[in-house]
Ligand binder design. Structure first.
Ligand SMILES: [Zn+2]
Length: 446
């Protein structure tokens, strides 16, 4: 081994590996070099590693915290954060409020400032990868790189002019240039995001799919979320939304289906057969009164499921820790069965499940040698964290984002002692507050 290369070692931790065996290692250590995990195991190897690496080792004392794989937010619109808390209880919010607001206000600057703030919030909440669908994705990529966040970024495609395109479907052209620019980046995975079946034509959806296929990149869409979407598909094609997309021939393993609430047995079969990953956005769906995605049935079929927050104007928060208990509680209540979805299954969706949905499970989603060092340390000294009998339950039902102590993305420490260190949060906060007056003036007239 090259002694000049520094390794970083977490010790005094319990490791929730989320590996194939779902090993939990008490009093363990995890070491990484550059961006790769090189050791996961019991503490007894610590001295060997130290003597091997000598002074080229940085030791982080986890203070009996829980080290877990960095969490994955599989669906959001990060740059919507400047609009958070506007029109929360508005009927038909998307068409009556959100689209007009975006047309009037979204530009490169707002997208960049919003993305920066949202990424800071996600990192501080223990999220190390997010999948985004928005406009000016190049600005989101810039913000993501600056804060050292891993991301899957998909430019929106719409059947009307959008903030970054004077013509309908301008997102198709944007996507090609965007994918070409970022396709070899170590942190950014570019993709394409046709907004929804009801905001795209058959031709545009097929074209978006061809782009995704040509470059072998993710394609993400809001699917089976709206009641009017289902009625339109029924009226025009006598099909459900999922069946319509399947008939177009655009469902495959690159497809990331957000929401997927209004589905029947046949739809679930199709999603499984086509190896489509689905994203459960319980916070946003329950607040928007959209319905409950049938994840228990989907899990039984073996469909890959990840968790998402949706945009911060829909779900308000961007961390995944607070999504997990909502998923557990709502499905237990909805099915009248408290045995459903034990904590380990919720953490699966938040980590390795999400990685599978994004097609990144070879790289991230678990703590294993050879994988990228994307790690989240949850401290256990705060009042809400003790006692702990079940590490999974402690994370799901006791923890909140304020318990996130240290976060590593791609081998770089980005949050330490609960502070963002890959960026200046005071500056980021100031920039977003400076947008408020302008937004307020437009919003008041909608
Ligand atoms: Zn969304």
């Amino acid at each position: 081994m090259n002694l000049k290369e520094k390794i970083v070692l977490f010790k005094n931790i319990t490791i929730i590996t989320m590996n194939e065996n779902r090993d939990v290692i008490e009093d363990g250590i995890v070491a990484f070099k550059n961006n790769e995990i090189i050791h996961v195991g019991k503490r007894d190897i610590e001295q060997t590693l130290i003597s091997e690496y000598g002074c080229e080792i940085e030791i982080i004392d986890g203070e009996e915290g829980i080290l877990m794989p960095g969490m994955i937010n599989c669906h959001t619109h990060a740059s919507m954060v400047p609009f958070r808390s506007l029109a929360d209880d508005c009927k038909d919010r998307l068409k009556r409020y959100l689209f007009p607001l975006e047309q009037k206000l979204v530009d490169e600057k707002l997208t960049y400032i919003g993305a920066k703030y949202a990424i800071a919030e996600m990192l501080l909440g223990g999220v190390t990868t997010f999948c985004d669908m928005y406009y000016f994705e190049d600005e989101v990529a810039k913000a993501s790189k600056e804060l050292n966040m891993r991301s899957v970024l998909c430019e929106t495609v719409l059947n009307f002019p959008s903030p970054d395109s004077k013509k309908a479907y301008g997102g198709l052209e944007y996507s090609i240039a965007f994918i070409e620019k970022w396709k070899n980046d170590d942190l950014i995975t570019p993709g394409i995001g046709p907004h929804a079946p009801y905001t795209n034509s058959d031709e545009a959806l097929k074209e978006a799919y061809e782009i995704s296929k040509k470059y072998n990149v993710p394609i993400t869409m809001h699917v089976a979320e709206m009641d009017y979407e289902l009625s339109e598909c029924k009226e025009k094609y006598n099909l459900t939304a999922v069946q319509y997309l399947d008939k177009l021939g655009i469902l495959d393993s690159n497809f990331i289906s957000a929401h997927t609430v209004l589905v029947d047995e046949k739809d679930i079969e199709i999603l499984k057969e086509k190896n489509v990953g689905v994203v459960h956005n319980i916070g946003a769906n329950s607040k928007g009164a959209k319905g409950v995605m049938p994840i228990v049935k989907m899990r039984e079929k073996g469909i890959n499921i990840g968790l998402g927050t949706d945009g911060p104007m829909s779900g308000n928060t961007l961390d995944i820790i607070t999504q997990m208990p909502q998923v557990g509680k709502i499905h237990k209540l909805f099915n009248n069965d408290r045995t459903l979805l034990p904590s380990i299954e919720l953490i699966e969706m938040a980590t390795i499940g999400g990685a599978k949905v994004l097609g990144m499970d070879k790289e991230v989603g678990s703590i294993e040698v050879g994988k990228k060092a994307d790690l989240t340390l949850i401290e256990t000294y705060s009042v809400n964290m003790q006692p702990i009998y079940d590490y999974y339950a402690a994370i799901v039902y006791s923890a909140n984002p304020s318990n996130v102590d240290t976060v590593v993305v791609n081998g770089k420490i980005v949050v330490k002692n609960k502070k963002l260190i890959s960026g200046d949060f005071r500056e980021i906060r100031k920039s977003i507050i400076n947008l408020k007056d302008k937004i307020d003036k437009v919003a008041i007239n909608l």
